[in-house]
Design a binder for this molecule. Structure first.
Ligand code: HEC
Length: 233
């Protein structure tokens, strides 16, 4: 057999092998995946045990689905799926979470683009095995430390009268809110307020809505004084 013939055979073998490779497993680009992760970051952090709407995805590669101990809100469907996160399972999940695990809690339609999924998966793998240096912005908490806020945010009194809440802050100001525009929330994380020291944060663009954060739910009704008196203008 001539050398040219051998080279030809080897080439045709390589071409066939390449054609048979499933495209879903083409190597992704972790740097592109890091950019694509922005849509996930609304619900997932990459800091260990910092859970949001969804569980932290730090070290997700090789983890059993629904097994992060610090996350309390897994669906029964995900927990009982017996899936381990790898190239194949992540690809199916990110393509269509609802089709892969019906009745799961991830409110996300999926990513139809094969390339983008491959990039994301390459990124999650590289993050898990420590071979990808996350930019500081990706590990920094997306949340402000509510204990560090200034007097304009520190709530000293909340009065409720008819359909209004009047919030007094440590800078001496009082602001009135229509009751439907104010939300009461708790933040038990290390970024949350100190016990008994709720804080107010504006919500939305117009300045007419806000959220008040407490350290624990029991504080809420204790803090709100229900009375209408003459000076409550
Ligand atoms: C709207 C919020 C939201 C978005 C956006 C979102 N997720 Fe999720 N994700 C969740 C929730 C909630 C769960 C838990 C699902 C359950 O328990 O059924 C979850 C679970 C997961 C899991 C399984 C975790 C485990 O511990 O088993 C992975 C992996 C995952 N998401 C990856 C992603 C990726 C990658 C993206 C971006 C392409 C993304 N998610 C976008 C909310 C979201």
């Amino acid at each position: 057999m001539s050398i040219l013939r051998v080279v030809g055979l080897v080439c045709s073998f390589l071409i066939t092998a390449a054609a048979l490779m499933p495209t879903a497993f083409a190597a992704g680009d972790p740097a592109e995946g890091a950019k694509a992760f922005r849509v996930c970051a609304a619900c997932h952090s990459l800091a260990t045990d910092r859970n949001m709407t969804g569980p932290s995805l730090a070290g997700i590669w090789g983890r059993k689905a629904g097994s992060l101990k610090s996350f309390d809100r897994y669906s029964r469907a995900l927990k009982s799926s017996a899936i381990v996160w790898n190239q194949k399972t992540l690809d199916a999940w990110l393509k269509s979470p609802a089709a892969f695990i019906p009745r799961n809690n991830m409110n996300f339609r999926g990513i139809p683009d094969t390339r983008q999924r491959a990039d994301l998966i390459a990124f999650l793998k590289a993050e898990s095995n420590g071979s990808f240096q996350l930019p500081a912005a990706m590990t920094a908490s997306p949340f402000k430390d509510l204990k560090q806020l200034g007097p304009a945010h520190q709530v000293t009194a909340i009065r409720y009268c008819r359909d209004s809440y009047r919030i007094t802050t440590a800078d001496g100001r009082m602001t009135a809110f229509w009751e439907a525009n104010l939300r009461f929330k708790t933040d038990s994380s290390d970024k949350g307020p100190l016990p008994g020291r709720p804080v107010i944060m504006p919500a939305g663009m117009m300045g007419d809505r806000a959220s008040v954060f407490f350290a624990a739910p029991g504080e809420i009704s204790e803090f709100i004084k229900h009375h209408c008196d003459a000076e409550a203008k």
